[in-house]
Design a protein around this ligand. Sequence first.
Ligand SMILES: Nc1ncnc2c1ncn2[C@@H]1O[C@H](COP(=O)(O)OP(=O)(O)O)[C@@H](O)[C@H]1O
Ligand SMILES: O=P(O)(O)OC[C@H]1O[C@](O)(COP(=O)(O)O)[C@@H](O)[C@@H]1O
Ligand SMILES: [Mg+2]
Length: 524
Amino acid sequence: MEHDSNFMKVVTGDAGYVLEDVPHLTDYIPDLPTYPNPLRFNPAYSVVKQYFVHVDDTVPQKIVVHKDSPRGVHFRRAGPRQKVYFNSDEVHACIVTCGGLCPGLNTVIREIVCGLYHMYGVNKILGIDGGYRGFYSKNTIPLTPKVVNDIHKRGGTIIGTSRGGHDTSKIVDSIQDRGINQVYIIGGDGTQKGAAVIYEEVRRRGLKVAVAGIPKTIDNDIPVIDKSFGFDTAVEEAQRAINAAHVEAESTENGIGVVKLMGRYSGKFLNPLFGLAVTECKFFFSILRFTGAGFIAMYATLASRDVDLCLIPESPFYLEGEGGLFEFVEKRLKENGHMVIVIAEGAGQELLAESLQSADQKDASGNKLLRDVGLWISHKIKEHFAKNHKMDITLKYIDPTYMIRAIPSNASDNVYCTLLAQSAVHGAMAGYTGFTSGLVNGRQTYIPFNRITEKQNMVVITDRMWARLLSSTNQPSFLGPKDLAEAKKQEEPPTGLLDGENCKDHHQPGNLGKLPASYEPTAN
Ligand SMILES: Nc1ncnc2c1ncn2[C@@H]1O[C@H](COP(=O)(O)OP(=O)(O)O)[C@@H](O)[C@H]1O
Ligand SMILES: O=P(O)(O)OC[C@H]1O[C@](O)(COP(=O)(O)O)[C@@H](O)[C@@H]1O
Ligand SMILES: [Mg+2]
């Protein structure tokens, strides 16, 4: 059977039930021996009523449904299985972290090591030093429960991280040469794409190597999953910066506090809405619009109540003229005497491109480097008020971005990281591969890589969550009724299936990429 990144392993059932399953080692290595799960003797598990997950347990992607709507897409439920495909002594695991930092990385590392050791008796675990390139250019770091005992209290990643350096054949050579048979890959959208390619190469070579991803992204831009770990921590830490901006702003006459938060564009696409916004708003910028992930800015604003204006990449805005940003700032200052603006780093990049006209630059992973929108908007606001002699303003700009991602994770993220890590371990031990461990509607699941990598999560501005923010800040949406009608059309799900409230992923059955003519579920 042909396998490539478009390949989907799909099981269909009654009433429109679809299981988007994850690959299993037995898909390409027949007759693998199985072993009873050592957890059956573990006192923690043997008291649990149904301590092994039922082979047919799956989790629906959409939980808001109509009486007659099809049952829709499901993912395999994560957790320990009755049979495992690795003997404890045989396991040689490795862990790698890639991409930008995110609170909780160390917790995930700790829980993979402790989970493998305490639940499955595995003691050969290596840390790959400094991201993907560490597979072939650095020595490995031996990881034991003792080594990782306290690391969840520290920010960053004890095994290091990097961008770029993804050389598939060198990485898989290194996996093969070292005799590694379980690979745990922690990282964001780019990392999961890299993991998918590693899985494909491992499979092409017919190796008994389970490849498991754990999604990391402070920007919350990974689709399907409820949210990414570290996100709560980031939103909480952002409150400190917003508070400071508020204190500074309200202590002076016409004080403005500007806070830049992380949340970058996640690619480019031709947005019909943007075309419309151009006509409606009577100014011009490129018709190529950046998509974005303004989740931290949106949630930090909703949490704070001190924010007057939140700007995210998904929602275009403009500065001059009627209904523009300057007009709103002036109005708010007249009403309240001060204001706080939160801006996501990917917001307004097209406006900056227009005014700065600098060349596009990319980082080692191919991500577009952003210009500092916080500095830019601060400068523009100051310039506007100085030029027009309208008001004397005092503006303070705070950029807490690296402080937000370099801290250890909070309590709820620590719990989340533990579940993700343990789920990944159970999945790999059970012989699943080519999957990302993720929370879907509050349940731990295994999601095929291609569902994670095919698109990026973004704030849907026609969704109720953005409306809640607009009502909370009472800021303008910078869109006319025609723009909104167009945006609604654009976001309409292609089938009758309903999206949940904070809908973000419009993948539907019938849109599944390449499907095998018939699919037999794996026997395990
Ligand atoms: N399309 C891709 N195929 C293979 N590897 C990729 C791809 N995109 C990114 N990577 C690799 O994944 C790693 C992390 O990617 P990056 O975009 O920096 O961070 P993140 O995973 O957090 O999005 C890098 O080592 C990069 O080379
Ligand atoms: O300066 P760096 O390390 O390239 O990081 C900047 C980027 O990293 C992030 O914090 C996280 O991005 P990734 O999850 O894609 O690595 C972004 O919000 C930000 O744009
Ligand atoms: Mg990324």
